[in-house]
Design a protein around this ligand. Sequence first.
Ligand code: HSE
Length: 414
Amino acid sequence: MINIAVLGHGVVGSGVVEVVETNQEYIAKNAGDNIYVKRILDLRDFDVPYADKFTKDYADILNDPEISIVVEVMGGINPSYDFAKAALKHGKSVVTSNKELVAAKGAKLLRLAKENHVNFYFEASVGGGIPIIRPLHSCLAANQIDEIAGILNGTTNFILTKMITEQMQFDEALKLAQALGYAERNPTADVDGHDACRKICILASLAYGKQIYPENVPTEGIGHVTLEDVDYAESNDCVIKLIGRVKKLDDEGNVLCMVSPALLNKQSQLAGITDVFNGILVRGNATGDVVFYGRGAGKLPTASAVVADVIDVAKASDTTSSLTWVDDGVNHVVDYRTTCCDYYVRISACDNRQAREKIKELFGEVKYLSRPEQPENELAVVMENILEQDLIDKEKILNADSIYIVNKIRILNY
Ligand code: HSE
């Protein structure tokens, strides 16, 4: 019998209890032993048939030698980090769905797990029910990962899908996402890209072995994307998606890593991923592109990934050596302004003809896009392979001539 404790009885925590209960037999067969939820930590009271398992005191779990696995599904860093650390130090493995914790403290917790010959697993922290952590360090282990790009946030994908397919305004789509329970409690974590940032940091750290911290990753949300941009993208055979991406630049662990909205050609494998679904494209040097697709959130999909980790921990004889990265004290994220990218740029100018001349002078030949009901003073262009810093500098020159960039969105090739 393997006894586990669940920290947090929210959506995911109650899902874990449900999955362990419902799939008991299958789980026992896969784990080679029965798995039993012995304790649940939550400060709230619940009227459930297993109310006797609840405790408000973490010491009841920590000091129980029968509990060998702690499932942390509370979210946030405090007190999750302290709880996870204490569990590992007490020789208990930790399984978590908490992306904020893994993105901020992954290297430290992985090291602690190794020192104590236990495991720290976090499959559910990225992509909910989509297997991505294990494939990255196990199934794709023979590959060099050149690049990872993903639609890592269901809420923003839902909002953008509504904007694209129903011409719904951003605010209305956000309200709908909240009403359907997709958005985080504070939707800025979704809308401003921070949730996607934590997830790409976890994937980047695992793929390249060095901790990538969210605060070092340039992060843009979708708050500035408008229906006008959606229409211009459409005229260029593209859709707009929020993309978290990381690209290997050398063998020292240096990467280009960022989160931003992007125009993707409709032929892209990520372009067809709609609604709340997530998709992650891994570009390996042997496999080429591999795409993982599915439900990136939700009670049972996430709980399923958590319980799968519990099963794997139950089967592991020692710390899994491939699931690791280190914090070497170096920021490995290069300054994106030193890199080149294609851009869609929407411009407002009083004098359309003068603006076109100035654009040609600064950027050379560009492709002009159009949209229905395009106002006279609005221009939209595609610029190819422009140095990011160049665009920043030239925007100032445009402004001096009363030509203003209203929005600019990268065009990515996945
Ligand atoms: N708010 C997140 C999302 C939940 O929309 O994807 C899963 O991390």
